[in-house]
Design a protein around this ligand. Structure first.
Ligand code: HSE
Length: 428
């Protein structure tokens, strides 16, 4: 019989327990698919006494993840603790030094330390795999590294934080403000321990930086991701964007341009009827454009026990089958430093402003936009409701710089009652 693949699992939260359950329930299937038994040698978590609803008595127990990662009877260290530094990083480094392969769901650790970890693992002939780190159950890492390996990647775009999509769609569907829905998300346990990782766009930014590295053969450059969270999105914007045929999404876009690598994670308007526009609740979607394949869309659960554990098992089975793909699709030492794009590609923008009811007010707005070279595609003014009227404008493509200059000029006209709001439109 082929020797079993022996796992050491660190972290017995939702995902860790999901992995244990799959391995217990599907032992025969996993062995048939990989050609060898996949077994758990030992596990590790903060508390041994906690009832996790699964019998763990057959497995060894370690209180120290480093001890687990370096056990002689562990082949693969499965890191499901989270956190970009601290025990997760220490144990992952120890596992690599001890000659183990690593499977992790830790996007934060890889976004910050992935290059060094991958170099170190590959120098010693080991692999680090991270399907579960990006978009939960969606096999997007595999799609980019394997399924689309014959393509030059034109663009990677997607909604990769389910919590933000839950908040934005619930605001729209129930007509609630941001704070009310944020509180509901917190009560439902959807938010990370540090909620800013979700609503500040950081979690999704980590994921985008990892995908950009695979797509473009560049070193992970999380610090170059232009990041903006969803905290400024109001129910007025959601309603009025809908009125113009759009929905607001926390959207990540990575593309290599003549100006360098553009990586941004920010609220954007997308057409309401587009695949991204119809995405509800905690679902994720990644849209990849390859020069040969054209556009493909992958949609599914971005978090949760079953979906994330499913992604972990995909990596574990690859290792069991002897499939050893470089962490970022090409050997880590051949990844090049990306030149960050100095500016983002021009795009249409949605502008919302509150206009005073006086003659010439709208003309002033139009003049300022015209003087800045900004052409109006569509415009709508709503009835005056003391003391001002909402005005929505959809522009043709414009650079962020020209738009910022126009917004500054608009602010000083004296015809607006509030600072204008602008949100990029991603409609291609
Ligand atoms: N907090 C993430 C999300 C899941 O809401 O999508 C893990 O990355």
């Amino acid at each position: 019989m082929t020797a079993p693949l022996r796992l050491g699992i660190a972290g017995l939260g939702t995902v860790g327990i999901g992995v244990v359950k799959i391995i217990r329930q599907k032992a025969t299937l996993l062995e048939q698919r990989s050609g060898r038994p996949v077994v758990i040698t030992a596990v590790c978590a903060r508390s041994r006494d906690k009832d996790r609803g699964v019998d763990l008595s057959a497995y060894g127990w370690e209180t120290d993840p480093v001890a687990l990662a370096t056990r002689d009877d562990v082949d693969v260290f499965v890191e499901l603790m989270g956190g970009h530094d601290g025990p997760a990083l220490e144990a992952t480094k120890a596992a690599i030094a001890a000659g183990k392969d690593v499977v992790t769901a830790n996007k934060a650790m890889l976004a910050i330390h992935g290059q060094a970890l991958a170099e170190s693992a590959e120098d010693h002939g080991h692999v680090i795999r991270f399907e579960a780190a990006v978009a939960g159950g969606i096999p997007v890492v595999k799609a980019l590294t394997e399924g689309l390996a014959g393509n030059d990647i034109v663009r990677v775009m997607g909604v990769m934080n389910g919590t933000c999509n839950f908040i934005l769609t619930k605001m729209e569907n129930e007509g609630l403000g941001y704070n009310a829905v944020f509180d509901q998300a917190a009560k439902l346990g959807y938010l990370e321990a540090d909620p800013n990782l979700d609503v500040g766009g950081i979690d999704a930014g980590h994921k985008l930086a990892l995908l950009a590295s695979i797509a473009y053969g560049t070193k992970v450059a999380f610090s170059d991701v232009e990041l903006e969270g969803i905290g400024r999105i109001t129910i007025e914007d959601i309603h009025q964007a809908a009125d113009m045929g759009f929905r607001i999404k926390l959207l990540g876009v990575a593309q290599m341009t003549g100006r360098g690598l553009e990586q941004r994670m920010s609220p954007c308007l997308v057409p309401a009827q587009s695949p991204l526009g119809t995405l509800e609740g905690g679902t994720n979607m990644v849209v990849i454009e390859g020069d040969q394949v054209g556009q493909i869309a992958l949609r599914g659960a971005g978090a949760g026990e079953g979906p994330t554990a499913s992604a972990v098992l995909s990596d574990v089975l690859d290792i069991a089958r002897g499939i050893r793909v470089s962490t970022f699709g090409v050997p880590a030492r051949s990844l090049v430093a990306a030149k960050p794009a100095a500016s983002t590609a021009p795009a249409p923008y949605y502008l919302r402003m509150a206009l005073m009811d006086k003659p010439g007010a709208l003309a002033k707005v139009a003049t300022i936009l015209g003087d800045a070279g900004i052409s109006i595609d569509r415009m709508r003014q709503y009835r005056h409701d003391e003391p001002s009227a909402p005005v929505l404008i959809v522009t043709h493509k414009v650079t962020r710089q020209a738009l910022n200059e126009a917004l500054e000029a608009l602010d000083s006209t004296g015809v607006l009652t509030q600072t204008p709001v602008s949100i990029r439109i991603e409609d291609e």
